[in-house]
Write a new protein. Structure first.
Length: 150
């Protein structure tokens, strides 16, 4: 009995999984690389937003410092921005924006995603917008009545 063909068939069967793994290196790199790139872009966008805010604050403080050193009258817009007080109407605007962004994201995910429950991400964004509107309603000040000029 010649065992060489059987031994050759056994070696081919044993080598087949490693050959399949060697062909999967590209798909493995894609499955690791694509999420890494997506998260990298998200991280870059968030980092860029923080950097822009930092630069605006730094430039405002530099302008205030130079104005104080030279004895120039300081514009009230610069002082309002540096005081840290928030405009309550900003909550209303951002709340309305977030509600509509949430609705848009939810509808997009409803039609695009193969999983139907993913639309809840848009609902979550819309709920954040509702929270902004509630914050606006709680912090808004009643309008002062106009004093008639005598």
């Amino acid at each position: 009995m010649n065992r060489n063909p059987l031994a050759a068939a056994s070696l081919v069967a044993l080598a087949a999984p490693t050959a399949a793994l060697a062909g999967d290196i590209g798909s493995t790199l894609v499955s690791i690389g694509v999420p890494a790139i997506v998260f990298g872009f998200v991280l870059a966008i968030v980092g860029g937003a923080f950097y822009v805010g930092f630069r605006e604050t730094k430039e405002r403080q530099e302008t205030l410092r130079l104005a104080i050193e030279k004895g120039v009258a300081i514009p009230p817009e610069l002082v309002e921005g540096a005081s840290g007080e928030r405009n309550p109407d900003k909550d209303l605007r951002s709340g309305i924006k977030q509600i509509f962004i949430g609705i848009g994201v939810g509808v997009l995910l409803w039609f695009v995603s193969p999983f139907r429950n993913v639309w809840a991400v848009g609902a979550m964004i819309a709920i954040f917008g509702i929270g902004h509107i509630v914050a606006w309603a709680l912090t808004r000040r009643p309008a002062k009545p106009a004093v008639p000029a005598s």
